[in-house]
Design a protein around this ligand. Structure first.
Ligand code: HOZ
Length: 434
């Protein structure tokens, strides 16, 4: 009689589903889009992860961006251990927060003043409140497929998990709240001009992922970003760059440095916490002065500026300022992307890929998409086949055709070569599905 062995992973998922909705604490993790059982992890080091059953993976999620120097970097871990000895939280100011604000201001000079929070969601939600308080206007503009966290006003035509499950709008958001959110197509300059000419003076702010990482990777057209900047300035609307993903990852100074466009406000997360929960929002001093206790816009948080989380972020930001850090990260990510394109070509699979800094996108369609509509042209079944074959080979990619991938400084040439060899096998499987 055949004995079926149940893995620790399967047991954990089975039990988790009894107590945690869907067995996960963030929907994309549930593998619903690609099918199968989510992987439960217990250890990470450098570019590698180990699951609860001891299987090794090369990690291309990197906690969705924060682990830019690799998992369990000794410098980060040591600093966190040391600072933890002094207490985990004060709920009062520390010098570490000032150090972080100074560093953010140095690396992202458009952030003249900064406030620290505990997540990207808090950062975007708070930035919008400040923009509305500053302008006295209500309308907020976002772009289809962009994801800015899960606050009510931003769950309209959103990307990431909502796109993964094919429901770009969330239940539970009152129609009256969503009515203030206007959505436009990404990279559609004409639509932008039309909206501003119709109601530019009612728009409080425009929030954008300057490189989108939440509907797979979508790169902006320069003309689109420049027009956006000009229109916001002309109509007195606050331009918010959501750099939660792109901050310190596509360039040391974020996408705003890469494209040389200065937003009025910026939101940050992920890398600035080095893997612990930190977010930040900031920008022009006249706008940020609207915040309590100086102004009438309220925003607060018990764990905001948490000393342990801020220390992990400070050490990570220290490490990424090493000479050539971003040049190397960019080159390594490009090497991966080029190898994958070549492997797909050899297998005769319709595929494309691209990267910006340490972020990459994989598309099972002819050309790299420039909008939500084009992203939807990617063959989801092919992605799913590819994903599972890669997972079997020990390559951990985002479990959805609509998420970007992330490379860290710990990814070696050997890691990239191993990944491309695994991809050859995966593309050969996809080719049989033609
Ligand atoms: N929203 C994240 C990806 N764009 C996923 C977060 C998570 O599951 O950890």
């Amino acid at each position: 009689m055949a004995i079926t062995m149940t893995s620790i992973n399967e047991t954990l998922f089975e039990k988790s589903q009894q107590l945690i909705p869907g067995g996960v604490n963030s929907p994309v993790r549930a593998f619903r889009s690609v099918g199968g059982t989510p992987v439960f992890f217990k250890k990470g080091l450098g570019s590698k992860l180990w699951d609860v059953d001891g299987k090794e993976y090369i990690d291309y999620i990197n906690s969705w961006g924060p682990m830019i120097v690799g998992h369990a970097h000794p410098v980060v871990i040591k600093a966190v251990q040391e600072v933890a000895e002094n207490s985990l939280s004060f709920g009062a100011p520390t010098g570490l927060e000032l150090e972080m604000a100074e560093l953010i201001n140095k690396l992202v000079p458009s952030m003249e003043q900064v406030r620290l929070v505990s997540s990207g969601t808090e950062a975007t939600m708070s930035a919008i409140r400040v923009a509305r308080g500053f302008t006295g206007r209500s309308k907020l503009v976002k772009f289809e497929g962009c994801y800015h966290g899960h606050s009510d006003a931003l769950l309209v035509k959103a990307g990431s998990g909502l796109l993964t499950f094919g429901e770009p709008d969330s239940a539970g958001v009152p129609a009256e709240v969503a009515a203030h959110t206007l959505t436009l197509e990404y990279n559609n300059t004409q639509a932008l001009k039309d909206l501003f000419s119709k109601m530019g003076d009612e728009i409080a702010c425009v929030i954008i992922e300057p490189v989108v990482g939440n509907m797979n990777l979508v790169v902006p057209h320069m003309e689109f970003l420049q027009t956006l900047r000009e229109l916001c300035t002309k109509h007195g609307a606050v331009l918010i760059f959501d750099e939660v993903m792109t901050g310190f990852r596509v360039h040391l100074g974020g996408a705003q440095a890469l494209y040389n466009i200065k937003p009025d406000m910026t939101t940050l997360g992920k890398v600035i916490g080095g893997g612990l929960p930190v977010g930040a929002f900031g920008g022009r001093k006249d706008i940020m002065s609207c915040l309590a206790p100086l102004g009438k816009v309220y925003q607060a948080g018990t764990l905001s500026g948490n000393p342990v989380a801020v220390t992990a972020g400070l050490k990570t930001l220290e490490l990424i300022q090493a000479p050539d850090f971003h040049a190397k990260l960019t080159a390594q990510t490009k090497k991966l992307v080029d190898g994958l394109i070549e492997a797909a070509k050899e297998a005769g699979v319709i595929f494309n890929a691209q990267s910006v800094g340490g972020m990459f996108g994989l598309y099972f369609c002819e050309k790299c998409p420039a909008s939500f509509h084009e992203v939807m042209q990617s063959n989801k079944e092919h992605f799913n086949k590819f994903f599972h074959s890669m997972l079997d080979s020990g390559i951990y990619l985002g479990p959805s055709a609509f998420e970007a991938g992330f490379v860290s400084a710990a990814h070696s040439d050997a890691d990239i070569a191993f990944t491309i060899a695994a991809a050859k096998k995966a593309f050969a499987l996809v080719a049989t599905a033609h």
